[in-house]
Design a protein around this ligand. Structure first.
Ligand code: PMP
Length: 443
């Protein structure tokens, strides 16, 4: 799906096409030569249609305007924002689309330095470094932070970019049960007692990796407890705030603000710009020494082209709106709106009898379908009524824990949400995925 709620509808149709295509490719792999021509229907083109939540989903012969409940555009900045867009256009004229250079070889403009300063201030850390892609931020940073003789303890549901990054480090990797501080402590205690499996030497470094909001679960990290455990066992903590920065907390500062954790207690803060900021790229924020070290050693800083200037301007401008430096109260309104929208939608879904995962304030709410055979029916029936959602199963989740994932935005109106609820109510009955009695049936 696209991350752009304002402009693009998600590709939630035809999951079966996707699996058939994968199967074709697997068979092709086994025989070592093409044995069939697989139709590429999964990779549809979506078109921008308007600057509100109604989108055009164009699928070969089928064009429909959809309400997009699938994108990560939490604050509605992936749109022609009145403050951001003129500045983005100006930056395009001034700097062009690309620097065509890495940060150290002429790819650092004044805008890049301003952005890093702005991000560090926003997330509450002394310094920050930005990259052209969120995925690469995780996968390229982890191997620079830790190596052989080190121990990574990773939440079992961490994002693929973390898993790939961790695998590239050479460190020993252990996984703790999803969002379970007690299991994390158990693993830490055991690993510290045993040391490195071959040498039995003490670990050179221990890095615990968690996410602020888990993207498939909509769940907030139990950060206060996890931070306390990391302090107790002298482990570093790495927090991926892709889905929480800008989206939660009174002033949008993420899970630390929401859960009352001092950012000084989180050693490495990572986040992406592809969600709340309506742009692309990722950041690492931390101590001045850490960021200086990364600037000298991280291959994705030394050898990759710097983040596109218009994308950088979009991030900087959207942060200015969030903190109110644009001279308006739009940022505060967006933050209040996403919270209100999320909590309203979640409680209404629960009243209807759906099993909804996640916590209050989280804009991600998975509706459990369980049976993977139901995902195509659910998404097709919703789409027939012009509501677009993402449906998921293996490999994004375990096969029998299929779900529809709703992403709420500050730019959804009350009418949008009421319309979507009506559609889900009907489709939920049709597909048979209401596992609890509805509030209205209880008396
Ligand atoms: N971390 C997490 C937790 C994510 O969910 C994602 C992608 N949604 C990424 C990193 C990668 O970010 P990007 O899409 O900006 O490359």
């Amino acid at each position: 799906s696209s991350n752009n709620l304002q402009g693009y509808a998600p590709i939630c149709l035809g999951l079966e096409d996707f699996y058939i295509r994968r199967l074709y490719l697997r068979i092709q792999d086994c025989f070592g030569r093409p044995i069939a021509s697989a139709p590429d229907t999964w990779f549809d083109v979506v078109e921008r249609h308007s600057n509100d939540n109604n989108k055009t989903l164009k699928r070969t012969t089928n064009i429909s305007r959809c309400l997009n409940l699938a994108s990560y555009n939490y604050l509605g900045f992936a749109a022609a924002d009145e403050y951001c867009m003129p500045r983005v256009i100006e930056s395009l004229k001034k700097y062009c689309p690309s620097t065509c250079s890495s940060r150290v070889d002429g790819g650092t403009t004044a805008l890049h330095n301003e952005l890093e300063k702005c991000v560090a201030e926003f997330v509450g850390k002394p310094a920050a470094i930005v990259f052209g892609m969120g995925y690469v931020t995780n996968s390229a940073i982890l191997p620079v932070l830790i190596g052989k003789g080190g121990l990574i303890i990773s939440d079992s549901l961490n994002h693929n970019s973390i898993v790939n990054g961790a695998r590239g480090t050479g460190a020993t990797i252990r996984v703790f049960q999803h969002n379970s501080p007690s299991h994390l402590e158990e693993v830490l205690r055991e690993q510290i007692a045993e040391g490195h499996p071959r040498t039995h030497r003490p670990w050179k470094k221990i890095l615990v990796i968690v996410e602020g909001i888990y993207s498939m679960e909509g769940e907030l990290c139990k950060l206060p407890e996890i931070v306390a455990i990391c302090k107790k066992y002298k482990a570093y903590i790495y927090l991926d705030e892709a889905h929480s920065i800008g989206a939660v907390g009174k002033t949008g500062k993420g899970v630390c603000e929401l859960l009352g954790v001092d950012t000084a207690d989180v050693d490495i803060m990572m986040g992406t710009f592809t969600k709340s900021f309506g742009s692309c790229g990722g950041y690492i924020a931390g101590s001045k020494e850490l960021i200086q070290y990364l600037k000298y050693t991280c291959p994705a800083h030394l050898y990759a082209t710097s983040i596109s200037p218009p994308a950088a301007e979009q991030i900087k401008s959207s942060i200015k709106v969030i903190v109110g430096e644009d001279g308006s109260s739009r940022g505060a309104q967006k933050l209040a709106q996403i919270r209100e929208n999320s909590n309203f939608f979640r409680s209404e879904l629960q009243k209807m009898g759906f099993e909804v995962l996640g916590d209050n304030d989280s804009p991600i709410m998975p509706i459990m379908l369980y049976n993977p055979a139901k995902i195509a029916a659910f998404s097709r029936e919703c789409l027939k009524q012009n509501v677009a959602v993402v449906t998921l199963t293996f490999p994004a989740t375990p096969l029998l824990l299929a779900r529809a994932r709703i992403c709420i935005s500050a730019s959804h109106t009350k009418e949008d949400l009421v319309k979507a609820l009506k559609v889900f109510d009907e489709v939920g009955d049709l597909v048979g995925i209401k596992y609890f009695p509805a509030e209205s049936d209880k008396q």
